[in-house]
Design a protein around this ligand. Structure first.
Ligand SMILES: Nc1nc2c(ncn2[C@@H]2O[C@H](COP(=O)(O)OP(=O)(O)OP(=O)(O)O)[C@@H](O)[C@H]2O)c(=O)[nH]1
Length: 572
């Protein structure tokens, strides 16, 4: 019995518990993960909306600054011809105003006053260069009339603001702004009559602006910005931004498929998960919004997005998963211990029963089992006790029956004397013994005289009583070691061992003959009967049992023929 039922039962219980706990653990882990992911998406979308509002507010602030500068009398004076307003021209004063404003706004690359005349000549210009503010001298001022931000702004009226597309600034001599993502915010400068004479332009450092806006957000958040085509303008990997500026298009909707719904206007915001496989080992959770940027609602919008690594979000889930695994392990060990205890409680009594049954089958000894339990095991123990007792009782009956049968097979049922089979066996043994011991022995054949008459006159029943009584008288005449047997009918045999003299055997025969000739008081009457007894001696009258028997029989017939009720010694 390599693996007992206890082991299997324990294993089954433990496995069941582990599987159940595993399923519960997995579902709690999965639901925890989904909850955390949904919360992270919500947070990210909220942060993106807040960032979008702040961006919008920043652009509005820039617009207010351009309007303020455009409305300054010094600006109007500078763009008005020297002949009409010579006194008000103060480039140095205006440049200082620009400097104050740029000092307050580190994300401003450049502020310029451009005149409508002279091909859009820059009249006052202040650049940021390596953290310093650099007023551009007259020789370096350039003509800008061919740039869209110039001729478009000159079309506007008082109080209106032009907002350019977000592009890389390739304008010559742009100092720190050169080759950087730039937004130009411009407003026309008008004279008192409302004639547009020039414009104020502020170049805004897009990356600087977003660096400031992003500073409140967790450092793991990454920023995405695209134009209305989907071209990346800001990307965590700078090489992916402004692809169109290097002759290739890198679209946001190709990296984040759901963003296509924002590009085509069917949705205002989306959240998405990019798994690790798609993102070359780094999964992401990302949120995007479409926000207006510029004049036209259809085309003037940008896509703003934030992402954070999936790993940050699921880190908590991993902790949850590990906690779950630990709980499952602890509970698993407890389940195994519990299963072992349960199986022991169930299997212990069964094992006792097995031991008891094994001992019973080997030694036939009843081992009383405790049947105190009120369950099936108690019932089984009680049944096994009953079974043992019944088997023991049956075995006893069987033994008694067998002994009775054996006795019956070897004894005469009427007198209880050894029958022919047993007597022959004893005779054989006695002859062998006498031969070995070189002793003598005698065989007597006893036949009742006229027994048939008793049967005929008194009945068979009385005949039986007489046979029985005659048997007892014969037994009383011999030693304990001698044997009296009944051959059948009224014929008896007597085996006398250790006979010293011939006369000893004859004397015993005569003693029997005399005893049998005494009246029998049977069934209320006195009966008389005689007997004819033949005596044969070993080894003189037969050296084997057959010869000896024939000799005794012959002597008995001789006694019968000589009138009965006498003893005849063979050969005399
Ligand atoms: N009651 C009784 N009678 C038996 C039994 N066995 C045999 N008998 C009878 O015993 C009688 C024996 O008859 P016999 O052999 O002629 O013997 P007997 O009458 O003594 O005649 P002799 O031997 O010549 O003296 C028969 O009638 C048998 O039926 C028995 O077990 N009980």
């Amino acid at each position: 019995m390599r693996y007992g039922i206890g082991f299997k039962l324990g294993l089954l219980l433990a496995s069941f518990s582990l599987v159940a706990m595993g399923i519960v653990g997995y579902y709690s882990y999965a639901s925890g993960r989904a909850t955390l992911l949904a919360a992270a998406q919500r947070d990210l979308l909220t942060a993106t909306h807040v960032l979008g509002r702040n961006f919008q507010a920043s652009i509005d602030a820039v617009a207010r600054d351009t309007l303020l500068l455009a409305s300054l009398p010094a600006s109007s004076a500078m763009v008005t011809s020297p002949e009409s307003m010579p006194a008000g021209r103060d480039p140095k004063g205006l440049s200082d105003t620009f400097a104050a404003m740029m000092a307050a706004h580190p994300e401003y690359f450049q502020i310029r006053l451009i005149g409508a005349d002279q091909h859009g000549l820059e009249l006052v210009r202040l650049d940021r260069d390596d953290g310093k503010l650099v007023p551009v001298q007259a020789d370096n001022l350039q003509e800008k009339a061919h740039y869209p931000y110039v001729f478009n702004t000159l079309q506007l009226g008082r109080g209106q603001v032009y907002l350019s597309d977000i592009t890389i600034n390739h304008e010559e001599g742009a100092h720190s702004g050169l080759h950087k993502p730039t937004v130009r915010v411009a407003s026309p400068v008008l004279d008192d009559s409302g004639k547009v004479l020039g414009l104020i332009v502020i170049n805004v450092d897009l990356n600087g602006l977003f660096d400031r806006l992003k500073s409140d957000l967790p450092s793991a958040y990454q920023l995405y910005l695209s134009n209305h085509w989907g071209d990346f303008l800001i990307h965590p990997n700078p090489a992916e931004a402004f692809g169109f500026d290097q002759g290739r298009r890198i679209f946001i909707q190709e990296s984040f498929e759901p963003v296509a719904a924002l590009i085509n206007g069917t949705s205002a915001s989306v959240v998405t998960n990019i798994d690790a496989v798609q993102q070359a080992g780094n999964g992401l959770v990302a949120a995007f919004i479409r926000m207006p940027f510029g004049g036209s609602v259809q085309t003037d919008f940008v896509i703003l997005g934030l992402s954070q690594p999936l790993e940050n979000v699921v880190r908590e889930t991993s902790k949850l998963g590990w906690n779950t695994v630990q709980i499952i392990l602890v509970l698993g060990v407890l389940a195994i211990l519990l299963a072992a205890l349960v199986s022991r409680a169930v299997i212990g009594p069964l094992r006792k029963m097995v031991d008891a049954m094994s001992a019973f089958s080997k030694e036939h000894v009843v081992n009383e089992l405790s049947a105190a339990r009120k369950d099936e095991i108690g019932l089984l123990a009680s049944s096994l006790n009953d079974m043992q007792n019944i088997i023991v009782a049956n075995m006893r009956d069987l033994k008694e029956s067998r002994q009775a049968l054996e006795h019956l097979a070897q004894h005469d049922s009427l007198t209880g004397l050894p029958n022919r089979a047993l007597f022959d066996d004893r005779l054989r043994q006695a002859v062998s013994q006498a031969r070995r011991d070189k002793t003598r022995m005698a065989l007597l054949f006893v036949d009742l005289d006229a027994f048939k008459d008793i049967n005929d006159t008194c009945g068979h029943h009385v005949g039986d009583l007489l046979l029985n009584a005659a048997a007892k008288r014969m037994q009383a005449c011999v030693r304990h070691a001698d044997t009296v047997g009944r051959m059948g009918g009224d014929e008896f045999v007597v085996l006398l061992t250790h006979v010293e003299e011939d006369q000893d055997a004859v004397l015993v025969a005569e003693k029997i003959c005399k005893a049998l000739s005494q009246p029998f008081d049977l069934d209320g009457r006195s009966l008389l009967i005689g007997s004819s007894i033949g005596v044969a001696l070993y080894p003189e009258h037969g050296s084997d049992e057959l010869t000896l028997s024939r000799s005794a029989d012959a002597a008995m017939y001789l006694a019968k023929e000589s009138g009965g009720n006498c003893v005849s010694l063979f050969g005399s």
